[in-house]
Design a protein around this ligand. Sequence first.
Ligand SMILES: NC(=O)c1ccc[n+]([C@@H]2O[C@H](COP(=O)([O-])OP(=O)(O)OC[C@H]3O[C@@H](n4cnc5c(N)ncnc54)[C@H](O)[C@@H]3O)[C@@H](O)[C@H]2O)c1
Length: 357
Amino acid sequence: MTLRIGIIGCGGIANGKHMPSLAQVAEVEMVAFCDIIEERAVKAKADFGTETAEVYTDYKKMLAEAKLDVVHVCTPNSSHAPLTIAALEADNHVMCEKPMAKTSAEAKEMIAAAKRTGKKLTIGYQNRFRTDSQYLHEVCSDGELGDIYFGKAHAIRRRAVPTWGVFLDEEAQGGGPLIDIGTHALDLTLWMMNNYKPKFVVGKAYHQLSQTKNAANAWGPWDPDKFTVEDSAFGFITMENGATIFLESSWALNSLDVKEAKTTLAGTKGGADMNDGLSINGEDHGLLYEKKIELETGGVDFYDGAGDDPALKEAESWVAAILNDTEPVVKPEEALVVTEILEAIYQSSAKGEPVFL
Ligand SMILES: NC(=O)c1ccc[n+]([C@@H]2O[C@H](COP(=O)([O-])OP(=O)(O)OC[C@H]3O[C@@H](n4cnc5c(N)ncnc54)[C@H](O)[C@@H]3O)[C@@H](O)[C@H]2O)c1
């Protein structure tokens, strides 16, 4: 069976991740492309579509006409919930980009729609499919770190503010680095800890560097007048079982300690960090040890191994879940908890007090 896939939003992440990955998966064909900027959908069809693929500027028309099995939602955050719910109700399985939604209320509606329609829903947390993440997840699942009672979720950039699209717009995105890249780091950390029961959250969001004019930035200076989201946000999360997580996120921070989509874990039997590749640490025979994991599978002349393409692994895993009728690796209920925690950090910052979940 060949799955008919439609893409809504043919911008950065659709071109950078979804479409090139799906193009390598045998069991699918991309037959419909929708973008409010028509030439983007036209180009996506030319680059990745079947010959007879259709181009749309209205997602409702696409959902009504294109006879799809699967829809990938790759639009700005504010439209994730309405587009996902519409696609589920049009009888499609949906992969929605991260963050799941702007608010936990919307995320809950998305889950309710998936339950109501019996369709699958997953969220685009491709960092789970990296070789280091997959290995560390096995280590954690096998109990090698013991009871993990402290985690750090890292999403720190020194100056890399995304200046395209609507990333700086509070209304369209619901927030800045916390909801944009903090979401990946927190997802990884919760997944490793296998702990989805937060109790309370203390957080603070900052607008300290957003008004800098002519800023040194990876993607060129930003426009201070358009920068309505935070530039950094930090949170401390206490879980029901007493475990704690420190979450750090920034697009612009005066710090040399830069790391993104990484987690650090400390458990009763051992710890792990992704600071310089993947390393596991612990105590053995009365001495401390650090184990470095070889992430390259190569070692043979002219052969570099299977390689690390988390985007392709994400696409393959998602298509397999649909075809085999199994649960996707990223469950919407897990992404909801990420959304709830991020929302609580923003609320705690606004109120100046802890927020209980
Ligand atoms: N997984 C990741 O690591 C990752 C990386 C980057 C972006 N993202 C997520 O992907 C989403 C999009 O980000 P991007 O960088 O691709 O942005 P982008 O601005 O490059 O692309 C978004 C596209 O959606 C189109 N669009 C907007 N509203 C639409 C609608 N109602 N119907 C049809 N098309 C519509 C826009 O015209 C644009 O072409 C965001 O939610 C972002 O958080 C995820």
